[in-house]
Design a protein. Sequence first.
Lengths: 162, 70
Amino acid sequence: MAAPTPGSLTPAERRSRRNRATRIARRLGFVGSVEYRHVYSQAGGAQYCRGNTPEEDLLTVYAEAFERDADPDDFSLEAMIAHERGHQVLARHPRLSALPASAGPAAEEVLASLLGALVLEPGPDRDTLLDKAAFELVSRGAAAETAERVIANLWNLLGRLL
Amino acid sequence: MMGRMTLREVREALAAAKARGTKAPATVPTVEELESLARLLEREADAGVPATESRLEGVAEPSADAIRRI
């Protein structure tokens, strides 16, 4: 996908990236710190780290998030941050926080994408996260029809709960 | 984590799955797990929202349009 290290940025460009990520995260309801790291994460571009309290949660956005955002065939920065916000909602919402303990990594990724889609307004970015949720299932062998049924059911339930 | 699959790869995989139709294993552990979690969520949803708990900030109402497009 990318060279081993991202090209150099000026301090102003780094601040600009951090500020943009922070604005998006806050708009989507993220609570806690937001940081920009000018390295490749090999993890997709952004990562949620749970702290002791919601205010100590951390969203780290990496260099490849901005490279992916610039590619029309890839996820937008908004969608990537919304997905991480989905992880935070899953970890922090009182009616959902019991679930991750019993959810495997793949199931957690599906739920995070759906919750991320819920914090986005209807539109292309929301659509990409719904596709990602379905992809998590078909990539593990589910039929498309099964994936659609499971995703639709969870979408409705999560909407009712939140 | 978002994972490293691009949006194009995701959509190509979905299109391929649709083309395959129902030729897939009868049981997929992640599907079974999510169906189990859905039953827990359904019970929680049926229990209703506590009066002191407001709607999560920033969460939009799900729309039927959104899910029809999957």
